[in-house]
Design a protein around this ligand. Sequence first.
Ligand SMILES: [Zn+2]
Ligand SMILES: [Zn+2]
Length: 281
Amino acid sequence: MQEKKMKITFWGVRGSRPVPGKETVVYGGNTPCVTVKAGETLIILDAGTGICNLGNSLAETRKKVKAHIFITHTHWDHIQGFPFFTPAYLPDNEFYLYGQGKLDHTFSNLMRGQMIFPHFPVQIDKMKADIRLTEISTGERLEIEENLFISTIHNNHPGGCLSYRIDYGDKSCCYLTDTEHYSCIDAYLHELAAGADAIIYDSNFTDAEYEGTNEYNSKIGWGHSTWQEGIKLARAAGVSQLIFFHHATHRTDNELFQIEKEAKTIFKNCQAAAEGGSIVV
Ligand SMILES: [Zn+2]
Ligand SMILES: [Zn+2]
């Protein structure tokens, strides 16, 4: 029997807002979008501005596109690219979007909201692909294709957010972004990430930036974590590979290179996510 593998590709790795410019050429300036290809199934995690280049790449193939799009939460940086996702404008394509409702807003209305007049000229229902929106919550486990499972758990983030674990055969990866650590390991993330082949972790800050030592103001309560906390979680949960993600807007290529270098001395199998890069688990 052929071994099941997943290919994880990074289309947008930056948090908060896009940061094009000469300091972000290597790791990229687009906001979150990651694809996981499991067999023939395409999973898209978040629809930040990184999804625009993904869309162009999918459109170039001129093949019918079917994908499951899981949104962690609807902060701008995670949905802003969707109105510019070319394949959603092409008939025959199918997109299944999943995410959480908030307060009295359904997930469907949250996704529609950013495209209502006069924010955007085209409403979501005018996009020609078959787009279906499904509300999900914390603690779910969905089988989206045979032997392909997605599990959810809630993050510590303002307004709420979901982390995802994808299991395909005996391979697994987790997308844990927009989450703030606690003084002890987050028990929910620990359980979700247990034994995963790879985790993609919110490493927006360094410990010094987070705690507000030296020249920084504290970022406690902002809803983001640090690369050092990513290492703690990866170790505690027995994770094989750690990928730093949701890089701060001010983080230069050189700083990310230095972070990677330092982090590897503590946890060997780690790297900072870079736009256009991919790994196979
Ligand atoms: Zn974010
Ligand atoms: Zn957020």
